[in-house]
Design a protein around this ligand. Structure first.
Ligand code: SF4
Length: 231
């Protein structure tokens, strides 16, 4: 199956708002799938979730947090021991280094507490804008919209953005969604991307946004071109 191109034009604002309203109704209780008991565990789980699934992180973190329950304990950990525990999450050497250094930053600069300000969060080892946004929204109920691979893809397919970077997509989405719902909107789009608007092939016939979304027409053209090429 060839890659489905993203729409080249944004949908009108009214259509965009209707699409988002449908997603909100479809996923009324959307929240992070990561399991955590406190802000520190959430922060570490989000760092580990890069390039892997939340389910994979959830089977990994109980052993990690049993051995290193606090930033102080993780800051003093031996990197090779942490690598062994988190190996299955991928990129485990870099992630082990990042979470140990992040724990050290928490201990040395924030008295072992997770800060709630974006600038401070992004100053921690291994924490970029997306990780900071997830933590701000989930731990502190701050207005923050995180753009991961699902949000990026679904926002494009729905015609909500033409942005080429996560930051441009975030700016387009935050211009559409009321500030109080930025955190929720992240989860509407992530859940929709995981369950229906999948990569590489979306399940358009069973999608509640099907009638408004521009991508089913693009998908049909892609399939027709593929069928002609096969003849
Ligand atoms: S209609 Fe298809 S492309 Fe559009 S949001 Fe639904 S599943 Fe994704």
């Amino acid at each position: 199956m060839p890659a489905i191109p993203f729409p080249k034009k944004k949908v009108p604002r009214k259509v965009a708002l209707d699409e988002l309203a449908i997603l909100e109704r479809t996923y009324p209780h959307a929240a992070t799938a990561l399991e955590y008991a406190n802000d520190f565990q959430l922060l570490i789980a989000v760092i580990l979730s890069a390039q892997t699934t939340d389910a994979r992180v959830n089977v990994t973190t109980p052993a990690l947090f049993a051995k290193y329950p606090t930033p102080e304990k993780l800051a003093a950990a031996k990197q090779s021991d942490v690598e062994q525990i988190i190996k299955s999450t991928g990129f485990f050497r870099m992630k082990a280094k990042n979470i140990i250094n992040c724990a050290r930053d928490l201990v040395e600069r924030f008295a072992g507490q997770v800060p709630r300000e974006r600038e401070q969060l992004e100053s921690l080892a291994g924490v970029g804008r997306k990780t900071a946004s997830v933590v701000m929204a989930a731990a502190f109920h701050e207005a923050a919209l995180a753009v991961d691979t699902h949000v990026f893809r679904v926002a494009h397919r729905l015609g909500l953005t033409l942005g080429t970077t996560p930051r441009q997509v975030e700016d387009d989405l935050t211009a559409l969604v009321p500030r109080a719902k930025w955190g929720d909107a992240t989860h509407w789009l992530i859940l929709h991307g995981r369950q229906i608007c999948k990569a590489p092939v979306p399940r358009c016939p069973r999608c509640p946004v099907n009638a408004l979304c521009p991508t089913p027409r693009i998908l049909a053209k892609t399939l027709t071109a593929k069928a002609k090429g096969a003849r």
